[in-house]
Structures are given as C-alpha cells and as structure tokens.
Design a protein around this ligand. Structure first.
Ligand code: NAD
Length: 268
C-alpha cells in the first residue's frame, strides 16, 4: 500500500454489503490511511452488514436518507466532529430505481416511482454537495466522486429510468463542480464503472447477459468493484488534484469499442 490518503478525512455513502462498490472503497481508503464516517439509509443499515465494515475499518456509521437535506446536515455536522475537522473526500455511491425493482418497462413507467428514483439516484448528489458547500465543510483540494454508468450516453434498453438519472447525475457533477472548484478549490467527478455484480447491479433485468457481453467487448475485460475502489482512491489522493468536471470511464476500454473479435465470433 502507498499511504496515499494519510491525514485525509471523508464520508463514504452506499456500503450495503461486501459486494458494494462503496464497501471495497472503504476498505481500500482505510488501507491507504484515510479516516471516514460511513453512511447509508436507515433501512439499508438494518438490512445490510455495514456494521461489520465499520468495525473492520474502525469507523462510525451515521444514518442518513440521502434525499433528506435535514439528515444530510446532521450527517455532515456529526462527521466533522467524529473525524476531527473538515472533509477531504466524499464518495456518493447511491442508486435505486423503483421502476426497475417492480419490473416496469421504460415505456410504461409509474411516474411516482420515476420521481423517487431521480431524487435518490441523481438529486441526492446535488443535496450532498449543497450541504457541504453551504457549511463550508470541505478542505481546499478536496475531492468528491459519484458513480455513474455508460447508459447516460448510450442505449442499454433494460437500464430503464436509471439511464436518465445517470445523465442528470453527470450533469450535476459538472454544474456544481464549477462552483465548488471556483469558490473552494474542490474537485467533482463521476466515475463511469463497468457492470458489477452488486445488489443494485443485479437488480437490472438481463444483468447476467450484459455483464458477460461487456466483458467480451472490453480489451481488458470488465473492471471489478475492487478496481473501481482503487481508481476512486487515486481520485481522492493529491496525485489527481487538477482533474475536475469529468466523467471518467472506468470500463476496461468498453466505451471505445465498436465490436470485438470475441463478440464477432458469436455471429460468424
Ligand atoms: N453495479 C453496477 O453494475 C454499477 C455500474 C455502474 C455504476 N454503478 C453505481 O454504483 C453505485 C453503487 O452501487 P452498487 O453497484 O455498489 O450497489 P449497492 O446496491 O451495493 O449500492 C447502492 C446503495 O445505494 C443506497 N441507497 C439507496 N437509497 C438510498 C437513500 N435514499 N439514501 C442513502 N442511500 C441509499 C443503498 O442502501 C446501497 O447501499 C450506484 O450509484 C450505482 O448506480 C453500479
């Protein structure tokens, strides 16, 4: 390990179980010397195994529904007290679609569900940043990362309304990133990750098919949750301090492929 995050403090949202990308990130940040508070919704704290992660990484868990500004304000205040100062890094690793869960087709959405998913998966990122910004809770040269998926730019039919939410999320990163950069020297980026076998990932219809397809298309194969954690660690470190307003493709090269030989062979 490289001690890349020694002396840095943060908040990590979205560790549900050991498959979660946020879980792997918390483990890697801990190994690199960073200290942090873990957060998730009250229901996910009850259902998941975040307490084990807290024990393993010597960190505290603070419940917050990421759609509630009051919860986020409480979280940020408490986090600064617990970790003993302002914040250097934040991971937003939150996503959920009720239409996906209920199996509603993209052309047959229940708009109450659509709005809920938009609020949880996209607007929550704005809320997290607005609370941090107003409280002046970030240290200069801090780094904020949210996780996205390439369905923000290209059509993946079964990704459903999450495609639209990811497009909105990436736009928030750019728009808020401008003000955070200009006013506080804080950088904001999204990492667009390969399909990954997690609770949220596996909830998408046809997931087994498209994770296998992406793996055969990408010259390096799919990036794992651990690979994503490592990339995020580098984005939290001082080695990437001039990178901001970017959607960073972390997909083994998938996004620049037209077709691969392995996929061609299936049709020949
Ligand atoms: N798994 C994939 O294939 C994949 C690919 C690209 C991007 N992503 C993104 O990575 C992020 C993390 O997902 P994951 O794959 O690790 O799955 P996951 O199911 O482990 O994590 C999703 C998290 O969102 C949290 N969450 C849901 N509603 C919330 C709320 N109201 N308040 C606070 N937290 C809430 C859940 O409790 C859970 O911890 C998501 O943004 C997801 O869209 C996943």
């Amino acid at each position: 390990m490289y001690n890349l995050l020694k002396g840095k403090r943060g908040i990590i949202f979205g560790a549900l179980d050991e498959n979660s990308i946020a879980w792997k990130t918390a483990e890697r940040v801990h190994e690199e010397g960073g200290v942090f508070v873990l957060s998730n919704s009250p229901a996910s704290i009850r259902m998941g195994s975040i307490m084990q992660l807290a024990q393993k990484t010597d960190s505290k868990v603070i419940a917050a529904d990421a759609t509630s500004v009051a919860d986020l304000e409480n979280l940020v205040d408490q986090a600064m007290e617990i970790i003993g100062g302002k914040i250097d890094f934040v991971l937003h690793s939150i996503g959920m679609s009720v239409n996906v869960r209920k199996g509603n087709h993209y052309t047959n959405q229940n708009y109450e569900y659509t709005e809920k998913a938009w609020n949880v998966s996209a607007v929550s990122f704005h809320k997290v940043m607005q609370v941090l910004y107003k409280k002046d809770a970030m240290n200069e040269w801090g780094s904020i990362v949210a996780l996205s998926y390439m369905a923000a730019q290209r059509v993946f039919p079964d990704y459903n309304d999450m495609a639209d939410n990811k497009a909105y999320l990436e736009s928030i990163a750019r728009s808020f990133g401008y003000f955070f950069g200009r006013d506080k020297k804080v950088r904001v980026n999204t990492i667009s990750q390969s399909p990954t076998a997690t609770k949220a990932g596996q909830g998408v219809k046809g997931f087994d098919g498209f994770i296998a397809f992406a793996d055969k298309m990408a010259p390096l194969g799919n990036a794992s949750a651990l690979d994503c954690a490592n990339y995020t660690v580098s984005m939290f470190s001082d080695l990437t301090k001039m990178v901001t307003l970017q959607n960073l493709l972390h997909d083994g090269g998938f996004s620049n492929m037209g077709v691969s030989q392995q996929v061609m062979e299936m049709f020949e």
